[in-house]
Every structure is written in structure tokens, then in C-alpha cells.
Write a protein that binds this ligand. Sequence first.
Ligand code: MLT
Ligand code: MN
Ligand code: ZN
Length: 307
Amino acid sequence: MRMIVLGAAAGGGFPQWNCNCSNCRRAREGDPAALPRTQSSLAVTADGKRWLLLNASPDLRQQLHATRALHPRDSLRHSPLAAVLVTNGDVDHIGGLLDLREGQPLSLYASARVHALLDGNRVFDVLDRDVVARRMLALDRTVEIADAAGEPIGLGVQAFAVPGKVALYMEEQGAALAGEAGDTVAVRLIDQARGSEAFYVPNCAHIDATLAQRLDRASVVFFDGTLFRDDEMLQAGLGAKTGRRMGHVSMSGPDGAIAGFEGLDVGRKIFVHVNNSNPALLSDSAERREVEAAGWEIAYDGMEVEA
Ligand code: MLT
Ligand code: MN
Ligand code: ZN
């Protein structure tokens, strides 16, 4: 299967429009060590023709324009995008659904919890249900991804709940902060012809034994790389929340992702959903060296990965 990182940054992107932190300033100034990145999304194909979009970021229109493989090809109105899957209800993962309102047949996969959230927001009715088929993403079983007509595209997914948090705008609605199973999911992607697999885990609050066991022996894992340090937003004066409070495990520290993957046999470990405050975004930082020394890569827009 062929995978293209459409957007490697977390919500807000890099640089973030209203952020004047030194990372964002360097990105804005065109510093080659601070490559700009759009918001969180990955595209996957098994047959090279029909693609599954994993998360629809508010930058989707720009991402589609920047990605030749996703340009219209076959007829006057056409898109290689056959299906979209969203892993949670945060704006960085659903905002781009509004870009897909041009009457293009697609299927839209989400957990029951995330579908309920979309159903509760009338603005998403711009995706005409007769054209964009809403399909349930059951947890813990293999779902064969199909286009709007029901034609399988050669990809299976197994969605599973990961430790997470409810969408930011739902925090005030009385929902338990940690949410329920299905509020935050990750997926195992399966190329059904080749039998190859990859994992996509853009949000994860902590790495427990179940998750570690699941990811062990994977050939490729895209993983939540929001923050380098749990308190980096506080330290930089950018916000009042820790990574933990935002539902994101940090890269570093004894409970971090780097430590959590130690002892696991994973072919390629790639951080995605990287926040603009994260010093590992900068290719000349000590934190980047530390991440790379631990065998991790930092994703960038347009990065292509095979599995
Ligand atoms: C997150 O992952 O914490 C969210 O994307 C925050 C946001 O909605 O910007
Ligand atoms: Mn996010
Ligand atoms: Zn910034």
C-alpha cells in the first residue's frame, strides 16, 4: 500500500495563523529548518487508483491541490478519493469534510460516536447523504473499505479505541473528558492483496499494555507526536494545558511515546499530528536529534511511505 502524509501538523498547523512563537516565526520567515506543515491527514491506496482519506483537515483543499495522485483524472467530474475515514471529532479532523460538498460520490466512515457528533451538527448536511454514503466503523473487527457504490477498494481497516479525549468543543457539554469508546479511534490498515499492514494513531493520551502489544511487530506506525514535553505549551506561555490534559501523550519522558515504544519491534516509527510548539519540528534542534537517535521520523507534508 502507498501512503502519503497530506498534513503532518496538529490542529492549528505550522505556522499557526495567530502564533508568534519562535517556531512559527521561523516557519513564516522561510527558514529551511522550519518547514511549514498543514493539518493532520493521511491518504492511502492499495491499487494506486482509489484512495482512502484518513481525516479531513481544514487544509484539505490545499492538500488535494498539492498532491498529484489526488487530482481528477477520469472524467469531467472525478476524484481518486473513494472514501474518507475520520478518527475523532476534533476540528482538525472533520473541518475538511465541508470541502467535499461538491456532489462527488464518496463513502464516509466513522465510529458511532463520531457519526452522532456529525449528525448533530447540521452544517455537515452539506454532504448530501444520497451522494456521500455514511458508513459505520465498527470497532475491533475488519471493515472492508468500499466506495460510494459499494465497490471494495482493496483496503481493510480495523478500528480500535485508544485512550483519548472528547472533541475540544464537547468539553463544555458535560461529556466525560476521557470520552467513551469510539470518541478516539486508531486504525490498522490492511492491503488485502499484499497482506501488508500499517497503523495510524494520530491521537493517543497514553500508551497502555494493550496498545503496545497491538503495535508490536508492525512494519509502519504513524503516531501522535503533538508535543515533545508534556508542559511545553505552558513553558512557552502559549496555553494553560498540558499534553495530558489535551489527550496527547508526549514524545519524551518516562511515560512518553519514545519510551513506550522501547522494546517494541516496529519497522518505521513516524510522528504525525505534530504541534507548532514542538521543538522536534525544527530539523536543527537537539530534540529532533533525540527523536531520530531513538529511531523515529518526523513526518512532513508529501512524505510517501510504502507498506
Ligand atoms: C487536538 O488534537 O488536541 C485538537 O486538534 C485541538 C484542536 O481542535 O485544535
Ligand atoms: Mn488534533
Ligand atoms: Zn507557534
